[in-house]
Design a protein around this ligand. Structure first.
Ligand code: MG
Length: 312
């Protein structure tokens, strides 16, 4: 549904802090704390929580406990808990714990695919195709991330036609959703507009999710532009958890769920998340990782409170 402004009236938020946030943390969070965190996110109304990653244990040691964490998280009715699966081995592990939704990764630049996936883009698309057909056999729901869809840390600006051609190939493979990631956190609304103009002729808005980083303070502006194009699936991380792996230490990474929720509430767009309970989850994980979280809305204490003036 659309409002008279052309914006959707309802948005789905994909909470990525337990995976994308925690994998960028220096410290190892105990498995019980991860489970508690995910349960708190579910209790806050998060309907889609990317729970963990079945990546090789030595590559992301922070998530090496995926096989223990996933089975014990409380699966809230109607909620979904996708897991990142980079390889067939990862898929086997995901199936062993009865995951119903998976996320796969490819990239829009050769240098990034080489550095992160140790593949050419073409080979990574072959991997995705194989994984999707295995996943289909197991009746899993599949999302595919396109990393560096706007700017690559090695190659700079990625032209929309390049991303379009990758997405065209992905659409032939038949995923349920394609997620466009501003991995570097460098996109501005103009780039978002150009990319969405190129992609929305391939598939309708429900095919596309946006994964923005707030590294340069443009994430919410990019959300606004995406909403104006009818996009209604957005990734974000509680508290803004997860630094930007391609920027200096202390640089912001994932768009914070609190900031996104506050914006959507202001626009009258429904999303199902309770801001106060979400902040409880952020406070909890902030204590577990031992440092403050960058979300502006979280730091401000949520919605503005009315200050009572008492007269004597
Ligand atoms: Mg991210």
């Amino acid at each position: 549904m659309m409002t008279s402004t052309g914006r959707p009236t309802k948005v789905s938020i994909v909470e990525v802090a337990p995976r994308d946030g925690l994998q960028n943390e220096q410290s190892q969070v105990p498995s019980v704390a991860k489970v508690r965190f995910i349960d708190m996110l579910s209790a806050a109304g998060c309907q889609m929580v990317e729970a963990t990653s079945f990546v090789k244990l030595d590559i992301v040691p922070q998530l090496a406990d995926a096989d223990e964490v996933f089975p014990v998280i409380r699966k809230a009715p109607g909620a979904h808990y996708p897991v990142l699966v980079p390889t067939l081995r990862g898929l086997e592990r995901a199936l062993a714990v009865d995951a119903k939704e998976i996320a796969l990764v490819t990239a829009a630049s050769e240098s990034f695919a080489n550095a992160n996936l140790h593949r050419t883009v073409a080979d990574s698309l072959v991997d995705v195709r194989n994984l999707v057909s295995e996943a289909r056999r197991a009746r899993l729901w599949v999302r595919v991330y396109v990393s560096v869809a706007f700017v690559c840390p090695f190659e700079g600006r990625i032209i929309p036609d390049r991303v379009r051609s990758i997405c065209e190939q992905l659409l032939q493979v038949g995923p349920d959703e394609i997620c466009l990631a501003d991995t570097v956190g460098a996109a501005t609304p103009r780039e978002v507009e150009l990319l969405l103009d190129a992609l929305l002729s391939l598939a309708p808005p429900e095919m596309w999710a946006m994964h923005f980083h707030d590294t340069r303070g443009t994430a919410l502006a990019n959300v606004m532009t995406s909403l104006a194009h009818g996009i209604h699936i957005f990734d974000s991380a509680a508290g803004g958890l997860g630094g930007c792996p391609f920027a200096g230490p202390g640089a912001l990474g994932n768009l914070a769920t609190e900031d996104l929720v506050y914006l959507l509430d202001g626009l009258g767009i429904s999303h199902g998340i309770d801001l106060e309970r979400l902040m409880d989850a952020s406070r909890f994980i902030s204590r577990a990782i031992g440092h403050p979280l960058p979300s502006r809305v979280f730091r401000a204490g949520g919605k503005p409170k009315t200050i009572r003036v008492t007269t004597r």
